[in-house]
Write a protein that binds this ligand. Structure first.
Ligand code: NAD
Length: 330
């Protein structure tokens, strides 16, 4: 039996990736929508055969409590709104899948965690890379260390953002900026590549388009310090296309390039192993993994701590940059 998923926030990611991926999933299917844009409703209902009774807006979505066809609400709004809607959906008794970054603030993350705990609901963060095959290989190597101890790594994630940036991505209050949007791929990548938590960091922020980036960062460079002297040098940007994760070990190295594209994530190792791209849609694998955890009563693969830890690090990165690159302890 498949779980019923309702997408909340029908923007670019829901439209272009999640709804198509939900046509490929085996353990869950798209059954509902929650939207503040009435004009989108007929299009979505027609395209995906969504019943009238499974269509909600942000004002009436608490009535999901009376709808047993919907098991999961997937929150796909601008970043700072994740807590508000995730809390309403959890209080309506639904499991929560929440997009990255989990929220703008660690406080917002904790509100979601509390609501899911209180209602005994599962909570997964939409870090799709942790469901991708080559990324999983690198996560495994962080534990088995086939190339010896890890010494340093670099993680870069960004793209050139012009008119393709929806306005909220330039607004501080909404959780805009490169560090929240793309920087979390570097942070999460550094954490899953080492299987360690950073103990200190320093960061600087800059922009080449000050009129456009007057509230949020265009480019953030940061160094994460891990135990045992391991350092991660990271860069995230809305000003250039960068997409690579490289790990240097005592006896070799490996990289993923690209590290976080929707498809084609691939890499190489110092001894000539080729990490070939996965064929299935990452989002379909992710949602099937997350649905199975619910169906089987097992722990989710990417739990709330993954979201919270990264947002705490983002808060410290912003603080470091505001203090001229001051070293901050975590
Ligand atoms: P988007 O701007 O295209 O869509 C956001 C949606 O939220 C829109 O439909 C908008 O109408 C709706 N919305 C609800 N309340 C709003 C408000 N008060 N102001 C503005 N919009 C409001 O953004 P997106 O690219 O779809 O991103 C949505 C979320 O998904 C973000 O958290 C983003 O980080 C995440 N995302 C994740 C991935 C991934 O690979 N995991 C990729 C893209 C986006």
């Amino acid at each position: 039996e498949k779980l019923g998923v309702a997408l909340l926030g029908l923007g670019n990611y829901s439209t272009g990736l999640l709804a198509p991926a939900l046509q490929q999933t085996e353990n869950c299917e798209l059954r509902g929508i929650i939207t503040g844009s009435p004009e989108k409703i007929p299009l979505w209902q027609k395209k995906y055969g969504i019943k009238d009774r499974n269509v909600y807006n942000y004002e009436n979505m608490h009535q999901l409590a009376n709808n047993e066809e919907i098991d999961v609400v997937y929150v796909v709004t601008p970043n700072s709104l994740h807590p508000k809607y995730a809390v309403i959906a959890a209080n309506a008794g639904k499991h929560i899948w929440c997009e990255k970054p989990m929220a703008r603030t660690s406080r917002g993350c904790r509100e979601i965690i509390e609501a899911c705990n209180k209602n005994n609901r599962k909570l997964s963060i939409g870090y799709r890379m942790q469901h991708e095959k080559n990324t999983k290989q690198i996560m495994e190597w962080a534990k088995t260390k086939p190339y010896g101890s890890i010494q340093k790594l670099t993680a870069d994630a960004g793209f050139y953002g012009g008119s393709n940036l929806t306005p909220w991505r330039l607004e501080k209050e909404m959780g805009g900026g490169a560090i929240y949007d793309m920087g979390v791929y570097c942070i999460n990548g550094a954490r899953y590549s080492t299987n360690l938590e950073p103990v200190a960091l320093s960061a600087t922020q800059s922009t080449t388009r000050p009129n456009m980036f007057d509230e949020v960062d265009e480019t953030t460079k940061f160094t994460l310090e891990f135990p045992n002297g391991i350092t991660a040098h990271c860069k995230t940007s809305f000003g250039e296309n960068i997409n690579r994760l490289e790990v240097t070990c005592e006896n070799g190295w490996y990289y993923l390039d690209p590290m976080q594209s929707y498809s084609g994530v691939q890499g190489k190792t110092s001894d000539g192993k080729i990490l070939r791209p996965m064929q299935k849609m990452q989002q379909a694998v992710q949602m099937d993994d997350d649905a199975l955890a619910i169906l089987n009563g097992k722990p989710v693969m990417v739990p709330s701590e993954e979201g919270l830890k990264d947002v705490i690090i983002v808060e410290k990165i912003n603080e470091s940059a505001a203090k001229g690159g001051k070293r901050m302890l975590l």
